[in-house]
Write a protein that binds this ligand. Structure first.
Ligand code: F6P
Length: 328
């Protein structure tokens, strides 16, 4: 028998991403719509252990749909990784009368939710939110689209100066384990080469490609590098390597870093977050647990959390081919 849910806790955890606030707003307003109490939990699992809760009504989330970051704050909790920490967290939730949890974040967040559910049979639903887009069971995570727009805007600006000085730029973008940001932003910004963890181009082929670009008449070049790329050298070492092996280019490096995680969410992310919040609350109210909501074939779908955590979000092979054709 599934439990009847009367009070839902919502939290954000792990690396923040633009659109998290829109997701919180959606969860809070969907709860209000169904006359369910909603409690905001501060700083993710850390806040559960500390009982850092605040009741949220529909009006409490006004004016946040367009804000980056997360009003509930985020953290990567060490304490929650221990059985003692989770026991304390469970006691806090029971004390507050919270009987279902919506966790907004990436796979680390979902892993925590899964373990918690196994130990205490506590209903959990996940909303995928990370700029990396590396979650199985959804074509888009909240924040990915906004981050892409930020990265493309930055690359466009760097291209201006690259072409004025006939320079080659290595631009590092986020994506610890996945090349989705690099591939999509690279195609969108017309990069000459894109280095991602899923495809090891190799140093030799990189040089060949840069020589080819030069011969074809290009005076400047942009190479987008995912931070998790497996070429064996970081962006600064790549610069040294290319300078040592090619004297045609003056090389510079730009690491975009955390600016990719900030800023006002795109319309796409706001809409996605709004849809996911509704689906997450209504899934809990239907008595379901251990699912992640996701966007598949333009529809809101459910994927078992376990699968979402174990599955791999594959790189778009068709886009990879497009990128290869575009760089000829
Ligand atoms: O949220 C994922 C991510 O953006 C990764 O791409 C990146 O490696 C990491 O976060 C950086 O995390 P932190 O904020 O802990 O430096």
């Amino acid at each position: 028998m599934s439990k009847i849910i009367k009070k839902i806790g919502v939290m954000t955890s792990g690396g923040d991403s633009p659109g998290m606030n829109a997701a919180i707003r959606s969860v809070v307003r969907t709860c209000a719509f169904h006359n369910i109490e909603c409690v905001g939990i501060y700083r993710g699992y850390e806040g559960i252990m500390e009982g850092d809760f605040k009741t949220m009504d529909a009006r409490s989330v006004k004016g946040i749909i367009n804000k980056g970051g997360t009003v509930l704050k985020s953290a990567r909790s060490k304490g929650f990784r221990t059985p003692e920490g989770r026991k304390i967290a469970h006691e806090q939730l029971v004390k507050a009368g919270i009987d279902g949890l919506i966790v907004i974040g990436g796979d680390g967040t979902f892993n925590g939710g899964l373990v918690f559910n196994k130990e205490f049979d506590f209903p959990v639903i996940g909303i995928p939110s990370t700029i990396d887009n590396d979650i199985f069971g959804t074509t888009h995570t909240i924040g990915f689209d906004s981050a892409l727009n930020t990265v493309v805007e930055c690359i466009d600006k760097i291209r201006d100066t690259a072409s004025s000085h006939n320079r080659l730029f290595f631009i590092e973008v986020m994506g610890r384990d996945a090349g989705h940001i690099a591939l999509n932003a690279g195609v969108g910004a017309g990069a000459e080469e894109i280095l991602i963890p899923e495809e090891n181009l190799g140093l030799h082929r990189l040089l060949e490609s840069l020589h080819r670009s030069k011969r074809s008449g290009k005076s400047s070049s942009i190479v987008v590098v995912a931070e998790g790329d497996k070429i064996g050298k970081n962006v600064f070492e790549l610069k040294d390597y290319v300078e040592a092996n090619m004297d045609e280019y003056d090389v510079r490096v730009s690491v975009l870093g955390h600016m990719q995680r900030g800023g006002s969410p795109s319309c796409f992310d706001r809409v996605l977050a709004s849809r996911m919040g509704v689906k997450a609350v209504e899934t809990l109210l239907e008595g379901k647990t251990n699912y992640m909501v996701g966007l598949l074939n333009e529809q809101m779908e459910l994927t078992p959390l376990e699968q979402a955590v174990k599955g791999k979000s594959e790189i778009d092979r068709e886009l990879l081919r497009v990128s290869e054709i575009m760089t000829t």
